[in-house]
Design a protein around this ligand. Sequence first.
Ligand SMILES: Cc1ncc(COP(=O)(O)O)c(C=O)c1O
Length: 305
Amino acid sequence: MSLPLSKYVWFDGKFVSLDKAKVPITTHAIHYGTSIFEGIRAYWNKKNLFVFRLEEHVKRFRRSGQFYNISLNYSDKKITDSIIGICKKNKIKKSCYIRPFYFIGDYGINLHVTEKAPTSVAIFSFPFGDLFNKNGITAGISSWRKFSDMSTPPQAKMGGNYLNSIIATQEAKRNGFDEAILLDHNGNVSEAPGENIFIVRDGQLITPTLSSSALEGITRDAIIKVGRDLDIEVFEKDVTRSELSSADEVFLTGTAAEITPIISMDGKKFGNGKPGNLTKKMMEEYTAIVMNENDDYSHWLTAVY
Ligand SMILES: Cc1ncc(COP(=O)(O)O)c(C=O)c1O
């Protein structure tokens, strides 16, 4: 599947056409997964293009590399300006996905990665609608466990980490489900391959803690804050498999998935097998926020034009 990428990409400080952004086969990241990435959405509301929570994404972008002393040789301001710049340069007037990433270049077969390892940075974008069916998707518990802080840092959004997501997704698809749910090393619920998970029980919103190896998702954080602002009780706590399977409603959160209802797990329906009321409420709130229709959260949006 090749993406309908916008004509210009940003590569090591310059806007170049897509066909000029190439890397050699000796690139360390291809061999060892030493790449860091972010996934960001920008929303077109017919008046302007708004990048959602840009500051938080840029902060996590740098922090991910710091776990491994991988250098991001551009300031936060330069990265921020270049993300906005890629939208402007491509004259984007459609909702889109933006992918900034950096990676270790020619560093031989050296596993002793230090801040001196050479890195490149690139940003591309493409028009993007729904990742999943917003009427709800099916999920299956993966037999693969989410990797934990006992092996590699789950908070580092790095290429190599996503092999765990890939193998869980393959299994879920083979079993006929739309998405996988991974348990952590203790058997509690962690997250989906590229999304955080929330359950609804008796009107409360519950999501696994970061100690269950869940990524500190920016959409997760938005839902926690919006939920509390709506006077909904929100808990970050250990979530057992049986709490998940007996939940009233379940939904996923993520930049790509936005808010996606899960309507069944391992073939067993949640509620009546349709998106629940609180899930629908959070979906509506999210849409209003990203479309700049809720002034209380306009500080989460960066206008491109
Ligand atoms: C493993 C994983 N969990 C959760 C998320 C959701 O995070 P965010 O809401 O910041 O996109 C992502 C996506 O970035 C992810 O890759």
